[in-house]
Ligand binder design. Structure first.
Ligand SMILES: N[C@@H](CCC(=O)N[C@@H](CS)C(=O)NCC(=O)O)C(=O)O
Length: 199
């Protein structure tokens, strides 16, 4: 079986998927789309977004769809919690992270005036406050790492490592979650991006 991940190292959605590959210990080849300015990605998928996957000849686009596709064939170390109610909640949190936190990341990255920066910080404060409650007394949202944790980690990690914005210390549970993920993913530092190693 040949599996290729079209990706870029700095994309948070690609890091999310590298975590899924690692959890499931599925071997894959990386195609760095920056090397040919996305030419081979566009040729294969007909669009520009990463992550995209060639799964033994099957074209799969979007991190949420890729994660679900990998889970289907590799159910070991499930990325979803047990039970339909928890699975629904997990999918909703994955979607919230992918669709809402990404905009807060873009706003912080693009903030060029003090006003824009203040607005972006206020937006993040709302989400840190939510996350600090979600991770209160918990290493992971459910009883093990799921795709919701991986999605949230990838957004917060991008904020820290690429946007260079540190999570305020008052959000103790969010900071504890990041440290727990750093250890679980065996990262020397949160400045490093998660590579293709198995866990
Ligand atoms: N919802 C998508 C978002 C993917 C996405 O926005 N990828 C960005 C990189 S972080 C991209 O490839 N953008 C290139 C473009 O839009 O031209 C997912 O979960 O995979």
């Amino acid at each position: 079986m040949a599996v290729k991940l079209f990706q870029s190292q700095t994309s948070m959605f690609c890091e999310k998927i590298r975590i899924v590959f690692a959890l499931k210990n599925v071997p894959y080849e990386i195609v760095d789309v920056r090397k040919d300015d996305r030419k081979s990605l566009i040729e294969y998928t007909g669009q520009r977004k990463v992550p995209s996957m060639n799964y033994d000849g099957e074209c799969v686009i979007d991190s949420t769809v890729i994660a679900a596709r990998l889970e289907k064939d590799h159910p070991e170390n499930s990325i979803y919690p047990d039970g339909a109610a928890n699975k629904g909640l997990c999918l909703a949190l994955e979607d919230w992270s992918d669709e809402v936190l990404i905009h807060a990341n873009h706003a912080m990255r693009r903030a060029e005036t003090p006003e824009a920066r203040k607005k972006a910080e206020e937006e993040w404060d709302v989400y840190f406050n939510t996350l600090d409650q979600i991770y209160s007394g918990k290493k992971f949202i459910f009883d093990r790492m799921t795709i919701a944790d991986a999605a949230i980690f990838s957004q917060l990690h991008y904020l820290y490592a690429t946007v260079k914005y540190e999570i305020p210390v008052k959000y103790k549970n969010v900071n504890a979650f990041m440290e727990n993920m750093r250890q679980t993913l065996k990262l020397k530092s949160l400045a490093d991006s998660f590579e293709a190693q198995s866990l």
